[in-house]
Design a protein around this ligand. Structure first.
Ligand SMILES: [Fe+2]
Ligand SMILES: [Zn+2]
Length: 466
């Protein structure tokens, strides 16, 4: 296998703007030159460009003066003061009306069925003022909609106007140099008295923002007991129950038929690739590991998005294959459990905007691949997987850290891989999983409540459903 040496980052300013952080990738790519030597594999995937990773959001500024709006039988066209033009299907606009007949302001749910929209729906009158675009519709009963400008800019699809609140906003990709300044918060900021609930919420938001931005965060000064650890986790978000239970306490007793419950070293991986919806957060707290006699058990973290960005730059065809070919995974080592997602998923998954959203990478839990693939694809997938594996196991990517009692580690399991070195002695760990939707919901709701990073000027009815 070709040996890859990646020059360590010369300058990593971890808390700098993402545009500065992204610079080292091009230098890594320059170091390696054009190393693309993929075998020829036909690919229909469009997910191969590094540009989808770490793209910077365009900031939204309400245009002034007001745009010009015109409507025909089929579509409504908005000409913005900056010279750009977007077109909306009339059916789309009427479907998104948020008047009281169409939208329940308290439950934030649609009230209008699709069969209540006439096929030939079209505006019969158009007005524009500072509050937005007012359309009167061709319905038998009078029906008016008001669309705020920001909604129209944000929902524009023909063509899209902005990557509003991109999932990558704030994201910082990192390598081994993160050891110089890993993200952390302190326990006392989160666990406070009842009359400091707002301060506690802001500290939780800070923690979740760091997990979002870096893919992990430490919580320092946590009392080294299972009870206090569980209380802290439940304060952050609800614990997700799995076949391992809810909150877990770990000793190397093989109680769950998984290598995690042994004392062997574990290569970097993401957890629960055998779930349709892999765990969102993986949370660890090492409660005790007496030394001597206990040795080893150092924790390994690798930013799977960072290494994916390298793969995308160096071997775009390999990136494309890992984005397209679905890999079966399973968990079959626990009596009475035969987990296997009904829909297998590829290693890299992207959102509607083509941004990398999830890495599923677990060699140990990989099932029998190749069903429905061509012979070329099987060969190409192995080559791609070996390349990604090599990037993940490079000195450049690996961040090794010795955990100790009092330091809880929160990992975004959809992004950052974890592993550990082999160990001896009685190592006592505890922790829990949190669902991806649950921590994302908590972060979004706290952001809205505390108006941190709030970019939108849309009111409550227009800010949901994105
Ligand atoms: Fe794990
Ligand atoms: Zn309406």
């Amino acid at each position: 296998m070709m040996r890859i040496t990646i020059r360590p980052f010369q300058e990593v300013r971890l808390l700098a703007r993402p545009s500065r952080i992204l610079r080292p990738f091009s230098s890594a790519a320059r170091t390696l030159g054009t190393a693309e030597t993929d075998t020829s594999v036909s690919s229909s995937s469009t997910a191969s460009s590094s540009s989808r990773i770490g793209r910077i959001s365009e900031s939204l500024i309400r245009p002034s003066p007001t745009p010009h709006v015109s409507a025909t039988e089929d579509k409504t066209t908005v000409s913005w003061p900056d010279g750009r033009t977007t077109t909306f299907d009339n059916y789309f606009l009427f479907d998104h009306c948020r008047c009281p007949k169409c939208f329940h302001s308290k439950t934030k749910q649609r009230l209008k069925e699709l069969n209540q929209i006439p096929d030939d729906i079209r505006p019969v009158a158009v007005e524009v003022d500072n509050s937005g675009v007012h359309l009167s519709w061709s319905t038998s009963e009078e029906h008016k909609s008001t669309f705020p400008f920001e909604f129209l800019r944000r929902s524009a699809y023909d063509p899209p106007l902005s990557s509003y609140r991109d999932a990558t906003e704030g994201r910082v990709l990192w390598n081994s140099k993160i050891a110089q300044s890993p993200p952390s918060v302190v326990y006392e900021d989160i666990i406070r008295s009842d009359d400091e609930a707002l301060k506690s919420e802001r500290a939780i938001l800070k923690l979740l923002n760091r997990v979002h931005d870096f893919g992990f965060c430490f919580v320092n000064n946590v009392p080294a007991t299972p009870e206090k650890t569980q209380e802290l986790i439940e304060k952050i978000a609800p614990i997700r129950h799995t076949h391992y239970g809810g909150f877990w306490e770990f000793t190397a007793d093989q109680s769950h038929g998984d290598l995690a419950y042994s004392n062997e070293g574990l290569p970097c991986h993401t957890d629960t690739t055998y779930f349709t919806d892999p765990a969102g957060l993986q949370i660890f707290h090492l409660l005790s590991h007496p030394s001597p006699p206990g040795t080893g058990g150092t924790t390994l973290l690798v930013d799977g998005f960072y290494t994916a960005s390298l793969l995308s730059t160096l071997y775009p065809t390999s990136y494309s294959l890992l984005s397209r070919l679905r890999i079966p995974a399973h968990a079959s080592g626990t009596e009475g459990t035969m987990l296997r997602p009904p829909l297998s998923q590829p290693a890299f998954r992207h959102d509607e905007k083509g941004q990398l959203t999830q890495v599923r990478w677990n060699n140990e839990d990989r099932g029998v691949l190749g069903q429905g693939w061509s012979a070329e694809e099987v060969k190409g997938w192995y080559q791609a997987a070996r390349r990604y594996d090599e990037l993940n196991k490079s000195e450049d990517a690996e961040y090794w850290v010795q955990l100790g009692p009092g330091t809880m580690l929160v990992i975004d399991n959809w992004r950052v891989m974890h592993g550990r070195s082999a160990f001896t002695g009685a190592r006592q760990m505890c922790g829990a999983y949190v669902g991806a939707d649950d921590w994302s919901s908590r972060r979004t709701a706290l952001t809205k409540k505390h108006e941190i990073r709030k970019k939108s000027i849309l009111d409550d009815d227009w800010s949901v459903g994105w």
